[in-house]
Design a protein around this ligand. Structure first.
Ligand code: GTQ
Length: 348
């Protein structure tokens, strides 16, 4: 044995000896732990809506929303098996509520957004105020606020749930409670908060100012408002070469992201438009609202049709191309990363 080999053998014997004391040598893993740039375990992946919907409807025949508490199919990233995560920090699921069903009231530390995929007339109630949901509406249930869902309409209702479950799990900071009784008592007429905070205005005086948390009053961003805004933006101005025409949803209390951990936006790419390549450190979940096109993510080309959902991992090069006018909804952990001074992007 050479001297070098002898030392190597002694080192490994040392590792074996210290292992039962839960000690490991940094120098064997440093290059993996502290990398020059992100190399996500998540894969670029698309879920076809019709396929997922079919499984969800079959589950609907077999278990009630009430029994399930939340009847949801989790969109689990193929690179993160067993983690109930679509990116390392975020969760996505498709939730089904059938006519006359209720999903019981609870609250938890995790913040959630709902993006409606189909159906009309079901509601999410937040601290006792209903938001009546229509296709492609965005509805928030921020951490700590009581929420239940119900469907008094005559059609199934399906929405995309986006939560910060893996982020809260990372911090070991989760708490949850069930409400005693089915639904939280009605605290205001449906649409009350939207009327008060959803139009670049705020109440001069009134109960909603007290009833809703001052830091997070608004929780409904209807398609009927955001879609015309996107159209007006597209009609008026120059297109961003990396994003297309893009608008971020904001919290009217501070002009920042919709929730402390999650940011969300919509974008419109005109037919024939292709974005310049871009990378960002926020792994992002997209839902196709309208149109057809492709997403090139690193080496993978993904065909996009209406209501498909796809995940783009952190620091993957993304090029979006629209065959027809392509409208996308997206959410990511950018809000959390900016607070932690972690967010970065690269625009070619
Ligand atoms: O609707 O409250 O997809 O608590 C996962 C956890 C939905 C909800 C999910 C939840 C909910």
């Amino acid at each position: 044995m050479t001297l070098a080999n002898e030392q190597q053998a002694q080192l490994h014997a040392l590792y074996d000896e210290m292992a039962p004391s839960y000690l490991t040598p940094l120098w064997e893993s440093l290059a993996d732990l502290v990398r020059p740039f992100p190399r996500s375990a998540a894969h670029a992946h698309r879920w076809n809506y019709d396929e997922a919907r079919n499984y969800l409807m079959r589950a609907g025949d077999l278990i009630s929303a009430e029994k399930a508490e939340r009847r949801v199919l989790i969109l689990e990233n193929p690179g993160l098996p067993g983690q109930s995560a679509i990116t390392p920090s975020l969760y996505a699921g498709l939730q089904l509520i059938l006519p006359d069903e209720v999903a019981p009231c609870h609250r938890h530390s995790q913040s959630a957004l709902r993006f409606v995929m189909e159906g009309e007339g079901a509601f999410t109630a937040l601290d006792g105020e209903k938001a009546i949901m229509r296709p492609f509406d965005l509805v928030l249930t921020p951490g700590g606020q009581w929420h239940d869902h119900g469907n008094p309409s005559d059609k199934p209702m399906i929405w995309l749930d986006g939560l910060d479950i893996p982020t809260v799990r990372l911090f070991d900071a989760q708490f949850a409670e069930h409400y005693d009784g089915k639904a939280f008592p009605e605290s205001a007429p449906a649409g009350d908060t939207l009327a008060r905070y959803g139009h670049n205005m705020r109440p001069m005086r009134g109960t909603a100012a007290d009833r809703r948390p001052a830091h997070q009053p608004l929780f409904h961003y209807p398609y009927a408002q955001w879609r015309p805004a996107l159209n007006a933006l597209a009609a008026g101005g120059e297109i961003d070469p990396h994003l297309g025409h893009a608008l971020e949803f904001t919290n009217p209390a501070d002009g920042g992201s919709i929730m402390p951990t999650i940011a969300a936006h919509v974008r419109l790419l005109p037919a024939g438009f292709e974005t310049r390549p871009r990378k960002s450190s926020d792994g992002t979940i997209f839902a196709v609202v309208e149109g057809r096109g492709t997403a090139k993510v690193g080496g993978t080309e993904i065909n996009l049709s209406e209501r498909d959902i796809f995940a783009v991992p952190s620091w993957s090069e993304l090029v979006l191309a629209a065959d027809e006018t392509l409208v996308l909804f997206a959410y990511s952990d950018k809000a959390a990363q900016e607070k932690l001074n972690l967010y970065r992007e690269w625009n070619s």
